[in-house]
Structures are given as C-alpha cells and as structure tokens.
Design a protein around this ligand. Structure first.
Ligand code: NAD
Length: 346
C-alpha cells in the first residue's frame, strides 16, 4: 500500500465490505490539515480493486489541492464503490455506505459524483449527517464546475492573450457532459467560437444546434485550430502523443488529472502553452459546497465560484513573473498551506 505510485501520505484509507448489501467500497482521506475531507463518491464497475484504489488515491489528493488553492477550510477525500450504478444500487447499499461514513466521525464528508446522485445521499442521511447537499437549495440546477472553468478561461485569456472579452476566441471542448455542455453554453453566450467532440452524438447535436459549434471526430480534436483547449471528458489526455499536436495557447478545462505525468506540465510550457492547473479550474463543486453552508442563494454561489477567475489571474501573473509554470507555483503554495496548517495545529 505505502509503495503504491498514487500514495501521497494519505491520512486514512478505509476498505470496507458489507456482505448483506453487497457493498465493496474504499474511502481515501488524503488530508484534513485545513478541515474535514470533502469529496464525491464514485460508483463504477471497476475491473478490480487496484483500479478502484488508484482512483480513490488520485482523486482524494486532487480534492485536497482544489480546496487548498481556493483557501477553503476543507481537506480532500474521495470514496469509490465497486459496482454498476445501473444494476447494483439498493437502499441497503446506501445505508451501509452511510454507516461507514458515520464511522469516520466527520473526517470525511461524502458528495455525489459519477454514478451517484443527490437521491443516494438522501438515503445515506438516515445513517450519517456527514453528506453534501443538506440545504434545501442544494439540488438547484447550477452548473458550478462549468462556471468555474469559464471564469478560469476568462482569466487566462486576459493574462496570456491580453483579451478582456471572449468574442471570437476559438475554444475546443473535448467531452460534452455535465461540465462540457454547459461550458459551451457559457462560452457561446460570450461570443466564443466552438469546436467540440464527444463519442455520444446526442450532446454533439445539441452543441451544434444551440451553440453553433463545429463538431469534429473525437480523435482529431487535438489537431484543430484553437486558442484554448478545454478537456472535459477524462484524464491523462495531455501526453507525448497529444501535446505536440496542440496549437492552443491555453489549456483550461474541467477534467481531473489532465496531465499523464508531472513532466507533461513542462512539455506544454516548452511549446508556449499555458496550462491552468485542473484542480484550480474545476474547483467549482467544492466552492459550491462551502458556500452553501454560508448562503446557498444561486447568485451567492456563482459569485463564490467566480473566485476561481481571481485566483487564476493572480497565479498566472505570479508564475509568469517568476518564470515557472502555474502548476509548479500552485503545487508549492498548496504544500506550504498544508504544512503551515499542520504546524499551527501542534
Ligand atoms: P460526464 O460523464 O457527464 O461527461 C463526460 C463526457 O465525455 C460524456 O459526454 C462522454 O460521452 C464524453 N466522452 C467520453 N469519452 C470521450 C472521448 N474519447 N472523446 C470525447 N468525449 C468523450 O462527466 P462530467 O461530469 O462532465 O465530468 C467531466 C470531467 O470533469 C471528468 O474528468 C470529471 O472527473 C471532471 N470533473 C467533473 C466535475 C463535475 O462537477 N461534474 C467536477 C470536477 C471535475
């Protein structure tokens, strides 16, 4: 376990099986120096436990970084359930999961994620209070992650391209799901020119019709003329194959873990491409969770998420002045914040 390539000093890792409900779950609490670990519960038919563990370790670390870079009083965690959300969900399973979360005594706050819904959290609340979406307005249909990515793109366009407006900005969006499609809507409303792809023709047709997007086959998205590349499908898409093909000046999207390896941050910089750290651009969900505990009115939530733009602008400016990549800077800042919080607690 401690030699696992994704292990990063995680505080607690819980492996749990409940025979009666068929639940097999892993909860990874990465870091609670700044506050309780917040993170979604992913239900997925992982091929094996190793794949599930890798996901939990990587994603929980990402949650720590999202919260810390946005100065939130939260840490990072993630849970994964091995199972098919279409076939294996039962009330008993969510009760069992709720009991495990309760057993962590508030060190982990569980949220919805791929394969889980607000309804699933509601069932878990019979067993634990440590869930997201406890306010009445929490089910509001706000595309907070997409809005945060928009704010980050606006900031990057200002810093890198000297553009205050997005009109005419060429943005290529990879993946038109919960993040990518609303992002297209926000960008289109501001006059950006969209190139899009998805393996599902449904959302592609919507983007073409509603947002005047130009659709391309998924495997060719990297080769398109563009100012900004917005990965919103899956991780590890910035690698030795794709980076040399990108003509973008900025990469800024919602997907988690976009870089195949840390070295690919440098590879982007070497090509003159500014990479907005994914954990900063896609921190809208964790900001939303925190804001809802203060004021969950939609305007207040979106205003809080807009902080991503302010933070992005500040760190892109500081990174350029120091001649380092934004991610080098933000990674260091996060580590310093975590270390300082640990020291202060002693
Ligand atoms: P989603 O499943 O709703 O959408 C993903 C989309 O990508 C789907 O439409 C899918 O068909 C498409 N896709 C899959 N393979 C593709 C390919 N090869 N080429 C092009 N498109 C492809 O997921 P989502 O919620 O929109 O999340 C997208 C990414 O953002 C994920 O990496 C997720 O972890 C990350 N993220 C999401 C949120 C959120 O609030 N939903 C928050 C933070 C990070």
């Amino acid at each position: 376990m401690f030699d696992h390539p994704e292990f990063d000093g995680h505080e607690t890792i819980v492996f749990s099986r409940d025979e009666a409900s068929g639940l097999t779950a892993i909860i990874a609490v990465h870091n609670t120096a700044l506050g309780p670990a917040f993170g979604g519960c992913r239900m997925w038919p992982y091929p094996d436990e190793g794949a599930a563990l890798t996901d939990a370790l990587r994603l929980s670390r990402g949650m720590t970084y999202k919260a810390a870079i946005c100065d939130l009083p939260l840490g990072g965690g993630k849970s994964v359930i091995i199972g098919d959300p279409e076939r294996h969900k039962t009330p008993a399973l969510w009760h069992a999961m709720g009991r495990i979360v309760e057993g962590l005594g508030g060190r982990y706050i569980i949220a919805d994620d791929v394969g889980t819904t607000l309804g699933d959290l509601a069932v878990m609340r019979a067993e634990t209070t440590h869930t997201a979406a406890t306010t009445a307005a929490a089910s509001q249909p706000l595309a907070v992650t997409a809005y945060g990515v928009l704010c980050a793109i606006q900031a990057a366009a200002r810093c890198v391209l000297g553009r205050d407006k997005l009109a005419g900005l060429r943005v290529a969006v990879q993946g038109l799901g919960n993040v990518g499609l609303p992002l297209c809507g926000y960008l289109h409303a501001r006059g950006a020119e969209l190139t899009v792809c998805d393996i599902d023709p449904g959302p592609v047709a919507i983007a073409q019709q509603d947002f005047s997007a130009r659709a391309v086959p998924p495997e060719t998205i990297y080769d398109q003329p563009m100012d900004v590349f917005a990965p919103c499908a899956f991780g590890a898409i910035l690698n030795d194959d794709t980076i040399p093909r990108l003509a973008a000046r900025i990469v800024c999207g919602g997907a988690n873990n976009q870089l195949l390896s840390p070295a690919h941050d440098g590879a982007l910089a070497a090509r003159g491409i500014t990479y907005v750290p994914d954990y900063l651009a896609n921190a809208g969900g964790v900001i939303d969770f925190h804001q809802e505990s203060i004021d969950d009115a939609p305007d207040a939530v979106l205003a809080a998420v807009a902080r991503i733009g302010i933070v992005t602008e500040e760190y892109l400016g500081r990174a350029a002045a120091a001649r380092e990549t934004p991610q080098t800077l933000t990674d260091r800042l996060v580590r310093q914040r975590l270390a300082a919080a640990r020291l202060a607690a002693v």
